[in-house]
Write a protein that binds this ligand. Structure first.
Ligand code: FAD
Ligand code: COA
Length: 413
């Protein structure tokens, strides 16, 4: 595995930096203030070929890798967190699930929407099923040649803006027998039962709406069922496997925010004078800057390694452990780096006339959304210990009972 970028990848990075440091940087304050979706930035990303980058050539995309898409994400997020997140959802998560699991019809449909600038919405979280996502209650009932979905999701990024929706739901056959969890595609404006709920007033990342979504007898024809490769029974595991790409992407937004804050701090430290000398001459601040650079380099290496793991070991998606490790480390690193960088600005750091408070507010999200830092530690622990770690009481008791009966059988032998 190599982290050296190819000439082509460096060109992507430079093109992304050019757009990010001009248009995206100019719009960043207004996007935060107005809380409006940055359509101008979306158009620039679309024109540059930075949405749908991971869509294969046969479906009209450039067939780029997750690593390449993440190069764009980092550049965007260094200037504007919401634009970084748009680059994630236009290249990873739902769109990558469709491109790997979908039928030819679904791939064509999704590619057409995304390549025209749509950032799909991924609908997993419910009011009573956040970390415990597998306990979702939204249900899809088979009725003839369609499924009828009822339920409620919340904190859906892009609610009211995204056209393509990938909805996770518990599937039941016509006899009310539960089959597992499946993915269902619906297009806003074309599906009557897909209703927009309230928008959350968020701390940061204000340029993208986070909303409730209500499904009221939402009819999804069979050709819009995103059938996981191992069927509904293991549908949740397959869909979450695809979601690992988005975890790497979310980590990369956090990385970009940290990079943006660090760059500002570096510049400010050289310009701002106190005691008759630039504050960069004070060792206390030199070490803060050095620590920031170390943390950023480490985070980037972890995320690139996770992105490059896609396609290895038989899975087209990033390795679940690497994706979780990358997101834990980077999301926590971004909290520290954005806060330390803000500190270096003194009172100016606390002012809305400077970007530091925005970067810190935006960074605050990433230990929460897309799997909290606590949940992701459990994911990592489960894999390094090679143990199932059920979090429900029943699951834990069943596991303990199984272990006890295994031991008594062994003792009897
Ligand atoms: P809870 O699960 O209620 O957790 C509360 C606290 O308990 C947390 O600190 C958590 O870490 C801890 N906790 C819970 N269980 C355990 C455990 N077993 N061990 C240790 N600690 C535990 N969801 C979508 O489906 N689509 C989206 O597009 C989307 N976008 C989002 C955008 C933003 C800005 C945010 C903030 C969230 C978004 N989410 C989205 C939802 C997000 O994925 C959930 O918030 C997240 O999974 C946590 O769920 P929760 O908020 O219900 O917290
Ligand atoms: N990648 C690959 N497989 C995954 C996975 C991932 N990210 N997350 C879960 N799975 C698999 C598990 O390995 C398990 O497979 P197995 O039966 O072969 O062991 C199966 O899915 C069920 O996972 P398990 O951990 O047993 O599920 P659980 O019912 O205890 O639920 C989760 C725990 C998965 C919901 C929790 O760890 C989680 O990820 N919560 C956060 C949800 C989230 O990220 N929401 C973001 C919304 S945008």
């Amino acid at each position: 595995m190599t982290f050296n970028l190819t000439k082509d990848q460096i060109e992507i990075q430079q093109r992304a930096r050019q757009i990010a440091s001009t248009l995206v940087a100019e719009n960043a304050v207004e996007v935060d203030k107005s809380e409006q979706y940055p359509w101008d930035n979306v158009k620039a990303l679309t024109d540059a070929g930075f949405v749908g980058m991971t869509i294969p050539k046969e479906y009209g995309g450039p067939g780029r890798s997750f690593l390449e898409a993440n190069l764009v994400v980092e550049e965007m997020a260094a200037y504007c967190g919401p634009t970084g997140r748009i680059a994630v959802e236009a290249n990873m998560g739902a769109i990558s699930a469709v491109m790997h699991y979908g039928t030819d019809f679904q791939k064509r449909l999704a590619a057409e929407l995304v390549l025209a600038g749509d950032k799909p919405a991924i609908c997993i979280t419910e009011p009573d099923a956040g970390s415990a996502a597998s306990q979702m209650t939204t249900r899809a009932d088979k009725r003839g040649d369609k499924y009828v979905i009822n339920g409620k999701k919340h904190w859906i990024t892009g609610g009211g803006v995204s056209k393509l929706h990938l909805i996770f739901a518990r599937v039941f056959d016509e006899n009310n027998v539960e089959l597992g969890i499946g993915g269902f595609l619906a297009i806003r404006g074309e599906a009557d039962g897909l209703k927009l709920g309230a928008r959350e007033p968020t701390m940061g990342l204000r340029g993208i709406p986070e909303t409730e979504l209500l499904f009221e007898d939402l009819e999804v024809p069979e050709n819009m069922v995103l059938m996981p490769p191992s069927g509904f029974k293991r549908g949740f595991a397959d869909l979450m496997n695809a979601y690992n790409s988005q975890r790497v992407g979310a980590g990369t937004v956090a990385l970009g925010l940290a990079v943006g804050a660090y760059r500002n701090a570096l510049e400010f430290a050289k310009e701002r004078e106190q005691f008759g000398r630039p504050i960069a001459e004070f060792q206390g601040l030199q070490w803060m800057l050095a620590d920031m650079s170390v943390q950023i380099e480490a985070a980037r290496s972890l995320l690139h390694k996770a992105a490059l793991s896609a396609g290895q070991n038989g899975s087209p998606f990033p390795d679940p452990t690497l994706a979780a490790q990358g997101k834990i480390f980077t999301s926590e690193m971004a909290l520290k780096v954005t806060n330390d960088a803000l500190q270096m600005f003194g009172a100016r750091g606390y002012s809305r006339n400077y970007p530091m408070e925005r970067l810190a507010r935006d960074a605050r999200m990433f230990t929460i959304g897309g799997g909290t830092a606590q949940i992701l530690r459990t994911v990592v622990a489960s894999r390094i210990l090679e143990m199932k770690l059920p979090q429900t009481r029943e699951g834990f008791l069943q596991m303990a009972e199984r272990e006890a009966s295994k031991k008594s059988l062994q003792a009897a032998e």
